[in-house]
Design a protein around this ligand. Sequence first.
Ligand code: APR
Ligand code: ZN
Length: 365
Amino acid sequence: SAAPAVNRPVRALLWRGPGAPLEIEPILLPALGPREVRVHVRAAGVCHSDLSMVNGTLAPPYPLVLGHEAAGVVTAAGPEATVAVGTHVVLNWAPPCRRCWFCGNGQPWLCETAGVPTAARGATADGEPLHVTLGLGALAEEVVVGDHAVIPVPAELPFETAALLGCAVLTGVGAVHRTAGVRPGESALVIGLGGVGLSTVMAARAAGADPLIAVDVTDAKRDLALSAGATHFLVSGDDLSSQVRALTERRGADHSFECVGRSATIRAAWRATRRGGQVTVVGMGAKDDMVSLAALDIFHSARTLRSSVYGNSDPDRDVPDLAHQVLAGDLDPAALITDRITLDESPEAFARMSRGEGARSVILL
Ligand code: APR
Ligand code: ZN
C-alpha cells in the first residue's frame, strides 16, 4: 500500500493571542480534500482587517494565521476540483455558496456562509489546531482552500497586482461603481487613504468624480492621494465639513466614502455630505464603536447611509474583469504598493500600518 503523504510544514505569520508578538512559524496544512486546491502563495498584501484581528478591534480565536489578500499558483488539486494545477489564481475571502437566499437574490457578497472572520484549518508544528483569517490564512508560503475560493486570472498578470485585486481593489472599485454608482461630474470625498481608500480614489477618478477630495490624518498621504487622482487633499480635523463645503459650492459632497472603519469618521463623512447625498461605509469598524446621529438631522438631511461589503461584488465575475482592466492599462493597483517585503519582514508591516504609514505592504514569496 502507498506510504502516507508527508505533510511538510510551511512557514506562516501566526498570532498566538493578546499580547503575543506576530511571528513566522512552521504550520501544518490540512490534507487536500476532493474539492480543494493547494496554492503556492506568490504575493500577499497586509490589509487593515488583518491588523483588526490582532489589535483588539475584533476578538478572533487563536492561534491564528493572518492574511486574506493574496495570489499564487495552484500546485495540487483534489480529484473533483475544478481548477487545474499550474493555474494562476487570486484568493477569494468570501466565496459565495450559490445556494442561499442572498446568492439567489443576486447579492453573493451577502452570502449566508461566506466571509466568516476565521475558520479552523490546519495545525501548528506541534499539533495545536489553527484558525485562519477569513478562511484563507494567506500570509503563508502555501494554503489549502476550497476550489470555490480561488479565482483564475491570466498568467501575465503580476502576482503583486493580482493579490491586491482580491481585497483592496475589489473593495474600493466596487464601492464606487457598484454600491454608490458615482457618475461623471459628481463630487466625492474619500476619508482614510490606505490601500482601500486609495483604491477608492482611483476608482472615483475613473468614474469622473470632480472635485475628488481625499482626506487623511497627516500630510504624509498627500502625494499618494494626488497621484491616485484626487483633485484636492485635506488633513482631517473639526472643520472638515466646512472645507468640503468650500470646494462643493457650499453644499457638501454628492458622495462620501469612509475608508477607516471608525464612528468618528463615519460621522465626519455624514456631516460633509450634501442634503440628499450618499455616505458609503467601506471601513470595517468595531462592534462596540457606536455611531450617533441626530434624529432631526437624519430626517432633514435626507442623506443615504449604506455600507459596501467586498464592494457589493461577485468576485468570480469582477476579479477577472479587473485583471483585464489592469492588462489593458486602465487600472494600476501597483501604485498602491509602498513596501515590497519578505514574509519575515511582515510583522514590521503591521507596525507600519498601525502607525498609519505607507499604503500597501506586499509580501513577495
Ligand atoms: N481621518 C482620516 N483618516 C484616518 C483617520 C481619521 N480620523 N484615522 C485613520 N485614518 C487613515 C490612516 O492614517 C490610514 O492612512 O486611514 C487609513 C487606513 O489605512 P490602512 O490602515 O492601510 O487600512 P486599509 O487596509 O486601507 O483598510 C481600511 O477598510 O477593509 C476595511 O478593515 C479595513 O477598516 C479598514 C478599512
Ligand atoms: Zn482586506
